[in-house]
Design a protein around this ligand. Structure first.
Ligand code: BGC
Length: 474
């Protein structure tokens, strides 16, 4: 049994254990971010080493997002059979295999295949890590704990920008790839010693283990711990009592459809409002706004730093401010920043101060994203789905989110050339307005509710019988 049997020494030791588990699992986010950020620099040297075409480089860059969307889809089958921990460990192994293959790649074809494998690992991790954390931590800190995943993503992006800068002189792109094995190894070793998700254990019929795990993470003398166990039991039992239906039927039931619309909408809007046009292409945008190469690279590093720092700020307040308030406020700022960027491109006079307005609008967009939709999508995706479809629905929602990411990163340079910045950034701002309407009308508030209470709220909205509520209380 991987959970320490030692008697807990006091309340803080429960918190330390939970934080450790969330932080180690969050390594999955670091891998995700590192890989997102590193390729912008590495591609320049890969181009020189392999004498590859622009199309070939496009494939090297986008293979990760393609792999991630396949990985997210496959997670559905994996989470139905394997425990959360096992799937996360698998993601680390797959990632290490991909990173080693990429570092040693003798040709572009091998490199593209290796990047696809890395993407598979990221797809698994991005689906199961937030789920695992949400199922492990107490309700009062669930937002900030799952948001650790986003913090790890932004740290990964920042580290990658810095590693890129450090290796820029000697073109050591193979070392840049190999470095990613370090956090993947921490993730793998972590999964060997961290506890299993108590909610998963319960659902798998391993009730005693679930109780033991929960009691190493929560104070057994706190009445809230007994209540939490009872609530998990009631939900699992109500779930078992329902007539068995195929997964496909469960996923297409009116209740599941209603929830999937929200989950998928959150992922699509997180992407199509433009975050990765900045994360992947900031130097291109800044170049068009008249900045020299060196200033563009500096400003890009600044964007990475701001993204990380603003996420720390978000983490501090995430469990104190309603999720909806942050999503709506953040998106209003994002849409406005995009609109301002569009105006600077429409005026198109970047010799004067206007270029700094363009830089400022990029920075404002990043700050608004980091305090809202950055963590918001991952946190909501980990908590809105009811247990009976949780693993599968998260996987579908994430696969669609990765598809949107893939489409945006592929289309952005093409549309920028075809339409110009004024039109393209206006369209992104328009998507922001749609995202506002969507959030206001459809996204529920989840802060302060247990996963079981959230499920009950959905059933109430859909007018579906709530058998868990009828189960006996502790
Ligand atoms: C998004 C990524 C993005 C990153 C930037 C994440 O929440 O899913 O696509 O690159 O935030 O910080």
């Amino acid at each position: 049994m991987s959970v320490s049997a030692a008697a807990p020494s006091g309340p803080s030791s429960y918190q330390v254990r939970t934080w450790m588990a969330a932080a180690i699992a969050g390594m999955g986010g670091l891998l995700f971010g590192y890989d997102t950020g590193m390729i912008s620099g590495a591609q320049l040297f890969i181009e020189q080493d392999f004498d590859v075409s622009a199309g070939g480089i496009g494939l090297v860059v986008s293979a990760v997002t393609a792999g991630a969307l396949v990985g997210a889809l496959l997670s559905s089958g994996l989470t139905a059979r394997w425990s959360r921990r096992a799937v996360i460990a698998l993601s680390a192994v797959v990632f290490i295999v991909g990173a080693v293959a990429a570092a040693a790649a003798p040709s572009v074809a091998v490199l593209v295949a290796a990047r696809f494998v890395i993407g598979l690992g990221i797809g698994f991790a991005s689906t199961v890590v937030p789920l695992y954390i949400a199922e492990l931590v107490p309700v009062a800190s669930r937002g900030s704990m799952v948001a650790l995943f986003q913090l790890a993503i932004t740290l990964g992006i920042l580290v990658a920008y810095l590693v890129n800068a450090a290796y820029a002189d000697d073109g050591e792109w193979r070392a840049v790839f190999a470095l990613a094995c370090a956090p993947a190894t921490v993730l793998l070793l972590g999964m060997l010693v961290l506890p299993e998700s108590p909610r998963w254990l319960f659902a798998a019929g391993r009730e005693d283990e679930a109780r033991r795990v929960l009691e190493t993470l929560r104070d057994p003398d706190d009445p809230q711990t007994a209540r939490e166990l009872e609530e998990i039991r009631a939900t699992v039992e109500a779930d078992r009592a329902r007539p068995r239906e195929s997964l496909a039927r469960a996923l297409t039931s009116p209740l599941a459809r209603m929830i999937l619309v929200v989950g998928i909408g959150l992922g699509v809007f997180q992407q199509i409002t433009g975050i990765n046009t900045i994360i992947y292409y900031a130097p291109t945008i800044l170049g068009k706004a008249g900045l020299g190469t060196e200033s563009s690279v500096m400003a890009t590093a600044g964007i990475g730093g701001l993204n990380f720092v603003a996420t720390i700020v978000a983490l501090a307040v995430v469990d104190r401010i309603n999720r909806r308030t942050m999503l709506i406020g953040g998106m209003a700022g994002m849409a406005l920043s995009m609109a301002v960027l569009a105006v600077t491109f429409a005026v198109d006079d970047f010799d004067g101060p206007l270029r700094w307005v363009a830089v400022g609008s990029l920075l404002a967009f990043i700050a608004c994203f980091a305090v809202s939709w950055g963590w918001g999508f991952w946190v909501m995706a980990s908590e809105i789905y009811p247990l009976f479809i949780r693993g599968q629905a998260v996987s579908i929602g994430n696969a669609v989110q990765w598809t949107a990411n893939f489409a945006v990163s592929l289309l952005f340079p093409i549309l920028l050339a075809a339409w110009g910045g004024a039109v393209l950034f206006s369209v992104l701002a328009g998507f922001g307005v749609l995202a506002l309407v969507f959030t206001y009308r459809l996204v529920p508030e989840t802060r302060g509710l247990t996963l079981e209470e959230i499920e009950r709220e959905w059933r109430r909205r859909a007018g579906v019988a709530d058998d868990a509520a009828a189960a006996p209380a502790a």
